[in-house]
Structure formats: C-alpha cells, structure tokens
Design a protein around this ligand. Structure first.
Ligand SMILES: [Zn+2]
Length: 551
C-alpha cells in the first residue's frame, strides 16, 4: 500500500476549473498533490477526515498591496486565514523596488509609516534584491510580484511631473528588464496616483514592450474609474494592443460619478476579446475604502509633509485653488475623490482624527453642520488638524455593479487589500480594511450561499484557476496530480466574514475591529498545514514565485 505525508479523506473536491464537486480523497507528498482517488480508498496515515467539507485549491489573490506588510507579518495572517495561499503584489504602480539611493526618501513617503518599521530595511536596490529579502526569513503564503511603474519612474526621475527624457526612459526600461529577469510577472500602473498620473500613454507602451519580450502581463489601475472610466479602459486596451501584452484591468468597478454602470466597461472588454485581444478584469466586493483624507488632495500635494499641506490649506487663496482643482479633476484622481467632487459628504464617515475630538463615526456632512461650516472647509480643516492621520470611510461603489462584475466570465475575484494582523504595528491604529480579512469568505457567504449570484464552482474558479491562468502559474490554482498542494478545506454552511460592514452602516460598526473569518478549517501551503481550525501553525512554507518558471 502506498504511503503519503498526508491524506485528506471524505471531501467534496472542487478542482478549481469550474467543474461540480465530486467525493474523493487527496494525498499530499513532498509539497505536491500525488493522488486523487475515490472517497475512502487512500488508507495511508496520517489522515484527516474532512467529513464532507469542500476541498478546493488555495485562493490566489491577484491584486494586493502586501509588498511591505508581508515583511512585517511573514505568517500573512489575514490572508491565509481566508484561505489565500498566493498573492500577487506590486499593483497600482507601487512596488518597493527598484530603488535609487538619490530618490529613496520619495519612495519611503509613498509607502507611509510602514517604511519606518525595523523589518522594512530598505537595504535592497534592485528588484532581484527585494525578492531575495522577501524569501529570506520565510513566508506564510506564496508571493508573486509585479514591477510598479511608479517605482521605475521614481528611481529614474523622482516625482518630476514632466515627461521622461530619452535617457530617463531608457533607464526605466533597464530597471524593468532587470525586474523581469529577476522573476517579475509584468508591469503595473497606477495612472491616478503620483507619479503614474504624470505619464502619457506612449511612455507606458514603451515600457510594456519590455514586458512583452518576456511574456509578462500589464496590470493597470486605469486613468480614472469615474467620469473617465470608458476612455481609461480604452487606453489600457490600446496599450495592450500596441505593446502586444495581455491586459489585466484592476478592481474595475465604476466609482461614484461614473456616467454608466459596469456593463459599459465590461462591453469594451468583450469587444477587445472578440477581436482576439487577451483582456481580463479583477474586482473586489466591498463598496467602501478608508484612505487618508490627504488622498483627496490634487496629486502633487498628496505626499507632502503634513505641515506643508497645512500651510497651503491655511492660505485662503491656495485653499480655493485646491478646491477648484478637486472639482475640475483635470488629472483624474482616484475613486473616492468623486465624493468630494459631487458633494457626497454624507458618504464620508470619519474613522481616525486624533486631534479633532468628537468626530469619529460622524460624516463630514454632520461635522460641517455641527461646526456651522461649508463641508469642503470642514474636510480641509480636518486635514489641517490631523495631517495624514485623518482617515475616513468613503462609501463610493454601488453594490449592483459588484454583482454585474462578479457574474461576468472574464472577471476574477481579488481583494485589493494587504496582509494585516489584529496585533502589532499592522493593527495600530486599527485599519479599516474589510477586504484584507474577509474578501474570499465574504464572496462565498453573501454571493454563493445566501444569494445565488454565483454558483460555488464558478466562484471557486474565479478565486483559483482563473487568476493562476492569468499569471501563467501552471501548477497552482487547480487540484490535480502533480500540482503544488496549496489547498483549503471549508464548510460553506458555517462560513462567515467577520470584517465587512454593509452601507449604510451604523456606528459603532457590527464587524470592527476586524476578526478572522469562520468556516475556513484547514489551509495548506506547499503541502504543509498553515491553518488548523482557529490556529495559525506558524509554518512558513510559502515561496517567492518567479514568472516563467514552473513555480
Ligand atoms: Zn488601485
């Protein structure tokens, strides 16, 4: 009789490819799935009777921002407790490498206070050195990475708003070639954030040609997800066509202020696919985001030190100019700014403001009324009082669009979150990021079990084999003999996301501070148990994945 490192017996096996479940046993040896057989036929010990629960590939989160937080929390608590076994980092133009020493300070400012944590040494310079730093010290999940256009641009020319000179463009291409050589999966852009918003389409096409040579992908936070969403989707598609790269449109839900619902942007994707272009989309299922209030300022001001921002906002003439620019939105700002532009102050709820007593849990509309002020002035005053520490929940997405996106076959599920933990630096102050704790269980609970938006096999496909296919991972995201044993065992009846609060939400919130979900019973990463019921086993068996290798 064959012996294995571990057998999971008596499971409903979901292969990840969209097929209905079947009863079976699954055997793991040396990190890989080595046998899948009829229920009750693999008798080797040790053996776990999963008692009819679902056995699926570990979830692959194609859009995260864990680049630095994974260094602070290597077990990847908030991710792996959801059943996520692989994340793609380096999204929205933001990766922590390459770094040029002359522009290190601009880079650190972009990442905010986490930059100062002792685990974040900033000793790396090249992309390859950053990947080495990730690998040394162990990882609780597998990590794949994109090179961020913003990082390339900062390394070559700082936060300069002009077009790159030909020398600077060549330098960016060389940085990108090094990153691809080191194992990057492609290039990401964040065309609403500095410095991505300063780049024109041709700059991105030139860089994507470097990605094309190595068969990578182009992932974009497009140039506006509200009023400009259709031209921005069209720009992403054009970049893919001209540079000959597959396109991943990130978190593509229309935000408040968009002229149409999600069927319009999805129609552009369908048209491109019908013409033979490989364009796919991801989205998360949360209607809110909790950025710093300074994120609502025009891009060149966002990353200035708090005292410089306060000085500008104290000057009445500059204050009026800034307000006018926010409303005109000439360089489209990120999604939440639509609430400022369209005076939706009742949709902005204060979360942190250490120097403004009595405002937490109130909307900007309510605080303005209390202060007898114009809400725009209230918004600016809260920044003057608290600098970058003022944070609010912006409720800026219509759930109807989330359902439309979930049901489209070319849309996969992502979190747009990051590795967090309810202890230590990553919980101080407590961040409001329900997607980081509850994305995958939330989809299964709300959109599969409680409401028939997706079938279970289709939801699992969008969490596993589909993102694996997009990234070119040939031996993850599926349960089959020979694949790496990234496996999650869950109980659909018990599954419960304890991080998400639906809008309009009373304060205090139902699910806050965030907690790990229920019903994710076992998680295996490369064949080793990492989650056992409500315990993290401490195992750090994740790998840094390299593009193009059989990783
Ligand atoms: Zn983004």
């Amino acid at each position: 009789m064959a012996t294995y490192d571990l057998v999971l017996t008596n499971g409903r096996i979901l292969d990840g490819c969209g097929n209905p479940w079947f009863w079976g046993d699954l055997a793991i040896q040396r990190g890989r799935i080595v046998e899948i057989a009829p229920r009750g036929t693999l008798m080797s010990t040790p053996r776990i009777d999963v008692d009819g629960r679902y056995v699926s590939p570990g979830f692959i989160d194609i859009h995260t921002h864990s680049d630095l937080s994974i260094l602070v929390n290597r077990p990847a608590e908030s991710a792996v407790r959801q059943g996520v076994t692989t994340q793609l980092i380096g999204n929205c133009g933001m990766s922590p490498a390459p770094v040029d020493a002359a522009h290190l300070i601009e880079m650190q400012r972009q990442w905010g206070p986490i930059s100062d944590q002792s685990e974040v040494t900033w000793e790396w310079r090249s992309f390859g050195q950053y990947l080495q730093a990730l690998e040394q010290g162990g990882l609780g999940i597998n990590i794949a990475s994109l090179a961020g256009h913003g990082a390339l641009r900062i390394a070559a020319m700082g936060l300069d708003e002009s077009m790159p000179s030909s020398i600077q463009l060549e330098q960016m291409k060389a940085f990108l070639a090094e990153a691809m050589q080191a194992g990057a999966f492609g290039l990401s852009t964040g065309l609403v954030y500095p410095p991505g918003c300063f780049a024109d389409t041709d700059e991105i096409i030139s860089l994507c040609k470097v990605v094309s040579e190595r068969h990578g992908m182009y992932a974009s936070h497009i140039r506006g997800e509200r009023e400009t969403i259709l031209t921005a989707v069209a720009e992403a598609i054009r970049i893919g066509l001209e540079a000959c790269v597959p396109v991943q449109i990130s978190h593509n839900a229309p935000k408040f202020g968009a002229p149409c619902d999600a069927s319009a942007n999805l129609h552009l994707v369908d048209e491109a696919r019908a013409r033979g272009q490989d364009v796919t989309v991801d989205n998360d299922v949360h209607t809110d985001l909790a950025p710093a209030l300074t994120g609502g300022l025009p891009q060149p001001l966002q990353d200035l030190p708090a005292n410089e921002i306060a000085a500008l906002l104290r000057d009445p003439a500059r204050r009026l100019e800034i307000r006018t620019e926010i409303v005109l939105d000439q360089k489209p700002a990120f999604g939440p700014v639509g609430l400022l532009k369209h005076a939706q102050w009742q949709r902005i709820t204060l979360l942190h403001a250490p120097n403004s007593p009595g405002v937490i849990g109130k909307t900007v509309a309510a605080i303005a009324e209390q202060r007898g002020q114009d809400p725009f002035d209230t918004y600016f005053d809260l920044i003057v009082e608290n600098g970058h520490e003022a944070e609010a929940i912006f409720d800026y997405i219509d759930e109807a669009n989330i359902r439309l996106l979930l049901q489209h076959p070319a849309v996969m599920i992502s979190s747009d979150g990051q590795v967090l933990a309810p202890y230590g630096f990553l919980n101080d102050p407590i961040p409001y990021q329900p997607c980081s704790y509850g994305e995958y269980p939330g989809v299964l609970e709300r959109y599969v079990r409680d409401e028939p938006v997706l079938t279970l096999p289709e939801a699992i496909r969008k969490m596993t084999s589909f993102p694996a296919q997009r990234m070119g991972l040939r031996d993850r995201g599926v349960l089959r003999v020979g694949a790496w044993a990234d496996v999650v065992v869950f109980d659909l009846q018990r599954i419960h996301d304890r991080a998400t609060n639906l809008y309009p939400h009373p304060y205090p919130f139902e699910n806050y501070p965030h907690q790990y979900p229920e019903g994710i019973d076992y998680v295996f990463v490369n064949g080793t148990m990492v989650v056992d019921g409500d315990q993290h086993t401490g195992a750090l068996t994740g790998k840094v994945l390299m593009h193009g290798l059989n990783s």
